[in-house]
Ligand binder design. Structure first.
Ligand code: NDP
Ligand code: 8X3
Length: 251
């Protein structure tokens, strides 16, 4: 049994990846904090595609919970082929002097440390198999800093550095590492960033046809379909109307 482990599968890219990999008959470990959504997704994917789905409810920021939860799963579920480190968020948009330290902690603890905690637990399983693929959700914001994006951009620059470092660490073990860097994609991302303000979230995509979660999931899936000796290391994907993190052509 080949298993795909997706963090942050209750919404957006993670949920779309779960759908995409299930369509292709992969068994899935799906994680997130919203247990009800995980259970609904499990039922729907198992019924539609006949795959097995293991939902795990945890907050990636809680190191010991991450370790204990992953350690406790049955051995057959540890045959993970692809780890998609997707759980993440932007919280707020402000200058550093006006920024909320709670927001900074949420972003750095989730996007950077959470990704590391999960990876640290799962990498030994990949090493034991002598193959595997880690896909980290970076961002166009990891290489291009936009106004008031400071800490979010820094968290995604860290994901870029960690991806490069992992690639060096894992080279002797035949494990691929891909940093997938999307631009503007309409998911729950902006609603979360603006703390539930739907109007502010909608304005981000005004006059644009943004990426959908499914667009990004298709690209992530593609990265996993290449021959064993071929690895996409870094991949940037934007809507056609977005040239960079801060330059859009809006209708
Ligand atoms: P969504 O808000 O739609 O989904 C985020 C997912 O992450 C949810 O499933 C959420 O689950 C999970 N998550 C957030 N915090 C935690 C946590 N502390 N512990 C466990 N799970 C958590 O956002 P997207 O799908 O758009 O974003 C996914 C990733 O892609 C993020 O890393 C984001 O930074 C990145 N990205 C997004 C872009 C965009 O424009 N949308 C562009 C580039 C990168 P739950 O709340 O249930 O825990
Ligand atoms: C999300 C993309 O440019 O809105 O990482 O920060 S952006």
């Amino acid at each position: 049994m080949a298993v795909i482990l997706i963090t942050g599968a209750t919404a957006g890219f993670g949920k779309a990846c779960a759908e995409k990999f299930a369509q292709h008959k992969h068994d899935l470990i799906i994680t997130g904090r919203r247990q009800e959504r995980l259970n609904e997704l499990k039922t729907s994917l198992e019924q539609q595609y006949g795959v097995k789905v293991l939902p795990l409810t945890f907050d990636v920021r809680e190191e010991q919970t991450v370790v204990n939860t992953l350690e406790a799963i049955p051995e057959e579920w540890k045959k993970v082929e692809v780890l998609i480190n997707n759980a993440g968020l932007a919280a707020g948009l402000s200058t550093v002097d006006e920024g909320s330290t709670d927001d900074w902690n949420a972003m750095l603890d989730t996007n950077v440390k959470g990704l590391l905690y999960v990876s640290r637990a799962v990498i030994p399983w990949l090493k034991a198999q002598g193959r595997g693929h880690i896909i980290n959700l970076g961002s166009i914001a990891g290489s291009q800093v936009y106004a008031k994006g400071n800490v979010y951009c820094a968290s995604k620059a860290a994901v870029d550095a960690i991806s490069q470092g992992m690639r060096i660490d894992l080279l002797p073990f035949g494990i691929k590492v891909t940093n997938v860097c999307p631009g503007a994609a309409e998911t729950e991302f902006s609603v979360v960033r603006f703390k539930g303000d739907e109007d502010k979230a909608k304005d981000v995509y005004k006059g644009l046809k943004p990426l959908s979660a499914e667009d990004v999931a298709d690209v992530i899936f593609y990265c996993t379909t290449l021959p064993p000796h071929v690895c996409i290391n870094h991949l940037e994907i934007t809507p056609l109307q977005q040239a960079s993190a801060y330059y859009y052509h809006r209708n």
